[in-house]
Design a protein around this ligand. Structure first.
Ligand code: GLP
Length: 245
């Protein structure tokens, strides 16, 4: 595991964008695992800038997103589909059909999960998975208690997550109660993982991830077992880590 602690969120975003850019340069046919949330926003905007400078191309790359809410129309301002379009996909040159997201409107959600997993496998698996982390140490939408062997599945969101995500909706009642998420197993199968952690509200979750025991009560704690994990955090997020004090 490599831990990089930087001054602030801006620097985390810049560092993360360089890792993704490096990956695309080394392997233009990279299969990227992408995340949503406020954490990776800055990374996407830096990546768009690097793309506009003609330094990288997404032409041969593929992407799979971690998760999507169940029941939100694709064009809903808070759908992850729309987030990805606005933050990255509309601004770079992925080929049509190269970007995959779980379909939270599928008639048969269980079947959608199985197909999503198959699709990832048929592309040879994920080369680089970008991750954020929830305040309760969830990754994707794998809430505390999720078995590590889980593949892509339908999730009931916890109060803590509904509460954290309520800021994006007009009221907490509007936040979808379910989502489709890649499972922990799916995430752990990625060849490399890039975990981004920004802000003091994530400091406890980062301690649970890096210094606590490995337990399904803190899903991100499993990441310690990944052979190619890079954690990029800002000082605020890293403030409670014993190792760097
Ligand atoms: C959501 C997403 C996660 C993300 C988390 C943290 O629950 N499903 O993938 O890591 O939020 O989001 P933020 O970066 O906005 O704090």
């Amino acid at each position: 595991m490599e831990l990089v602690v930087l001054e602030n969120g801006r620097e985390v975003s810049r560092y993360a964008a360089r890792i993704v850019a490096q990956q695309l340069l080394i392997n233009p046919k990279t299969v990227l695992g992408l995340a949503t949330g406020s954490t990776p926003e800055g990374m996407y905007s830096k990546l768009v800038r690097i793309f506009n400078e003609d330094l990288i191309t997404f032409e041969e790359a593929t992407s799979f997103n971690l998760d999507e809410y169940v029941g939100l129309p694709k064009d809903h301002p808070q759908s992850y589909f729309r987030f990805m379009k606005e933050n990255l996909l509309d601004h770079v040159n992925f080929k049509e059909g190269a970007n995959h997201m779980p379909n939270g409107l599928a008639e048969n959600l269980e079947e959608e999960c199985v197909n999503y997993e198959k699709m990832i496998t048929s592309h040879g698996g994920i080369d680089l998975q970008v991750l954020g982390i929830g305040r309760n140490a969830h990754i994707g939408f794998n809430e505390p208690g999720t078995e590590f062997v889980a593949e892509t599945h339908v999730v009931d969101l916890t109060e803590s997550t509904l509460d954290a995500n309520a800021r994006f909706f007009t009221s907490i009642e509007e936040v979808p109660k379910k989502a489709i998420s890649m499972g922990i197993k799916t995430i752990m199968q990625a060849r490399k993982i890039l975990l981004l952690v920004i802000g003091g509200s994530k400091a406890d979750a980062l301690v649970k991830t890096l210094e606590g025991t490995i337990t399904i009560d803190y899903p991100s704690s499993v990441l310690k077992l990944h052979p190619q994990l890079t954690v990029v955090a800002d000082k605020a997020a890293a403030a409670k880590l014993k190792k760097i004090k």
